[in-house]
Write a protein that binds this ligand. Structure first.
Ligand code: HEM
Length: 408
């Protein structure tokens, strides 16, 4: 429009993100950008104007080139909301660290997140899932699948892993909600974060004196004495795992079950037994198709960077729209569709590069166990309200449904 500076490759100003037209797909405008092949500058909530990368190959460069920083305290950082700024107000976590600090802390915990370790937790995960399903099936229908299954499974698994009391789950759930509700203020989000940080610092001190068989105890014994980590940093690590580890997984459980109900043939296929790789393939495709990190993964350039021919100048912000990049037909032939036969490996739902999700093996085990158990134990499962009445999480950093009323 008149008076707007012409930006490289972008004739009209574009506000990001824009509302979705369809609850099961990213905004059409972002998909159109990818199809058109341009890299536009977009305007975000606070007036900052980062570059928007929507192609798969470009998103990978943005997420893996070390000249892009994840440090949200840098001036001009394209924060996803006011609440995201709260991450800089309390002890920093891995998510906002750059090297060499990031590498130092990530290495200290890496051994806890192997595929082998996640597989060793599978029987415990299965027991948790079965317990929740027993309770849900004994109760009245309709029931809410979010509070009856998705949240208790995700919270209980991460609490058990960390050694955090499951009895305090409502506190973790509500504080995490405050930290992730994008309409909130930096102050309320920082206060919630501070409260959880202090809670976990107390727990670290307790576990240090009386270690048990859990993550916090093992890390306390191993790293507090050597000075590799202090109480505050260990608590911040636990905070990140507790919050990143339950909200994302819970949303993938409820939105994933909804997606299976909308694709009955694939739901039935899961029930009829696991053809080799079918379950794992379904989970991978679900991760790709839903890519619940809906506001893109953001960084800021420390130096000039050439992203496949597009120049980003030092100090400029970038957004990798992973939800749209994961539907790039040049990389994933099934594109917009949900097709478990797709070879979905290499998707960006867990990010890519140095910050790639630490908990991804555990998340896969959880999703595999939940989808399989639901398909096997509740073959008559259906949504109890019309889809048009579902409340989708456009108001949260991570996409999902606020409730999922189901009957069987
Ligand atoms: C990082 C997604 C489950 C712990 C990330 C990132 C994404 C992501 C996209 C990268 C963020 C960035 O680059 O800025 C997901 C999804 C999950 C999930 C979709 C569920 C399906 C989990 C679980 C845990 C976990 C279960 C803990 C057990 C972490 C941690 C990081 C991270 C610690 C930060 C890593 C770093 O900065 O080095 N996750 N995650 N996540 N995730 Fe997950």
């Amino acid at each position: 429009s008149a008076g707007t500076e012409p930006a490289r490759g972008n004739p009209a100003p574009l506000h990001y993100p824009m509302p979705r037209q369809c609850p099961y797909a990213p905004p059409e405008e972002v998909t159109a950008v990818r199809a058109g092949g341009a890299v536009p500058r977009v305007t975000i909530w606070n007036g900052v104007r980062p570059w928007l990368f929507t192609r798969y190959e470009d998103a990978r460069v943005v997420l893996s080139d070390p000249r892009f920083s994840a440090d949200k305290s840098r001036p001009g950082y394209p924060l996803s909301s006011a609440v995201a700024l709260a991450e800089t107000a309390v002890t920093p976590t891995l998510l906002i660290m750059d090297n060499p600090e990031h590498d130092h802390y990530r290495r200290l915990v890496l051994g806890e997140f192997t595929v082998k370790r996640a597989e060793s937790l599978r029987p415990a995960v299965r027991a948790v899932v079965d317990g929740c399903l027993d309770r849900m099936l004994q109760g009245p229908a309709p029931a809410d699948l979010v509070t009856g299954l998705a949240l208790p499974v995700a919270l209980s698994v991460i609490c058990e892993f960390l050694g955090v009391p499951f009895e305090d789950r409502e506190l973790f759930r509500s504080l995490t909600h405050t930290m992730n509700a994008i309409g909130g203020t930096t102050e309320t989000a920082a206060a919630a974060r501070q409260e959880l940080q202090e809670y976990l610092e107390c727990l670290v001190a307790v576990r240090e004196k009386h270690p048990q068989q859990d993550f916090i105890s093992r890390m306390a014994v191993k790293h507090l004495g050597t000075g590799a980590m202090d109480h505050e940093r260990l608590a911040a690590m636990a905070l990140l795992l507790l919050t990143a580890g339950h909200d994302t997984t819970a949303n993938m459980i409820s939105l994933g079950v909804l997606t299976l109900l909308r694709h009955p043939a694939h739901f039935t296929a899961l029930r009829d037994g696991d053809a080799p790789g079918l379950l794992a393939g379904t989970v991978e495709e679900m991760l790709r198709h839903l890519t619940i990190v809906q506001r893109g993964i953001r960084r800021i350039a420390l130096e000039d960077v050439d992203v496949n021919g597009h120049l980003v100048r030092a100090g400029e912000g970038v957004i990798a729209a992973v939800n749209v990049a994961n539907r790039d037909p040049r990389r994933f032939p099934s594109g917009e569709d949900f097709d478990p036969a797709e070879r979905a490996h290499g998707h960006l739902a867990f990010g890519y590069g140095p910050h790639q999700c630490l908990g991804q093996s555990l998340a896969r085990v959880e999703l595999q166990e939940v989808y399989a158990a639901v398909a096997r134990r509740i073959p008559t499962l259906r949504t109890a309200v019309p889809d048009t009445e579902l409340r989708f999480k456009e108001d949260m950093a991570v996409y999902g449904v606020h409730e999922l009323p189901v009957a069987w």
